[in-house]
Design a binder for this molecule. Sequence first.
Ligand code: C2E
Ligand code: MG
Ligand code: MG
Ligand code: MG
Length: 284
Amino acid sequence: KAKALGESSYQFFEPEMSVEARRRLQIEAALRRALELGQFELYYQPRIDVRTLRLRGVEVLLRWTHPELGRVPPLEFIPIAEERGHIEAIGKWVLREACRVGKRLGDKYGTMLHVSVNVSARQLRSADLVTEVEQALRDAGFPPCALELELTESALIDDTEQSVDVLRRLKRLGVTLALDDFGTGYSSLSYLKRFPVDVLKLDRSFFLEQSLDANGDEFVSALVHMAHALGLKVVAEGIETEDVMESLRACRCDEAQGYLFARPMALPEFDKFLQSGVSGVLAA
Ligand code: C2E
Ligand code: MG
Ligand code: MG
Ligand code: MG
């Protein structure tokens, strides 16, 4: 009996533990203190008007650099942060930082900078989200109409009643809501009717060459039509080529975001981007 117990508790530290399992444990442990150690940073990716090519806004994207693990991609650490219950605190920091920077840059360049922030399912489910958004806006002196929250369909899929209620309260604050990654996974057109969103972000999988070849143009065009009929603005994600840009124009897509225009940038670089474009790219 004792031996069996010894064996099973020994197993956890097995040297043959898979590389992935080890990395996951490392990430879990490191995430616990990442916020207080100041290891997070926001990156900024411009959103461009398809017709005028002017800057319409910016999406903030979270970056984590750990001294030993290096740069850990959001797609790797965010699900873990959600699972381990860290995303609420991290998400709150992102919101506050985004509003603060949005206010500062808007003032600096005499414009209203529209800032989009990704919000995870767990944040949406927490009762505090509305209060936190309100506080972040107030503390930064950032106008609610300049803040957009991006939600994924998977965030809305469970707990529909509660989600709709939170979304309504957010809208009452005056913030804009976007449905992110539309076209992946759970996609259902009924979401567009059920949830009070203002913006539809078409996932970049729509704009890969092979999907555009296979009647993708008509498909995107039909989606844009429908979204417009419902009063939504359409943003295309992951735009990398002029060709795709051309078809976005044909489809009457409103805005585009992608490496063709700019990669996500650290703050100093984004500031320079704004500086160089003050006469040209800043929307009136
Ligand atoms: P997302 O919100 O759909 O963000 C767009 C992702 O596409 C970003 O990846 C961005 O860097 C990438 N991207 C932009 N343009 C292009 C392009 O032209 N080509 C390609 N291949 N990729 C492009 P990133 O920064 O790695 O973020 C991944 C995801 O992590 C985000 O997807 C979002 O779901 C999540 N995320 C990022 N920051 C936050 C955050 O602060 N909070 C939460 N909850 N999630 C976040
Ligand atoms: Mg997003
Ligand atoms: Mg997206
Ligand atoms: Mg995406």
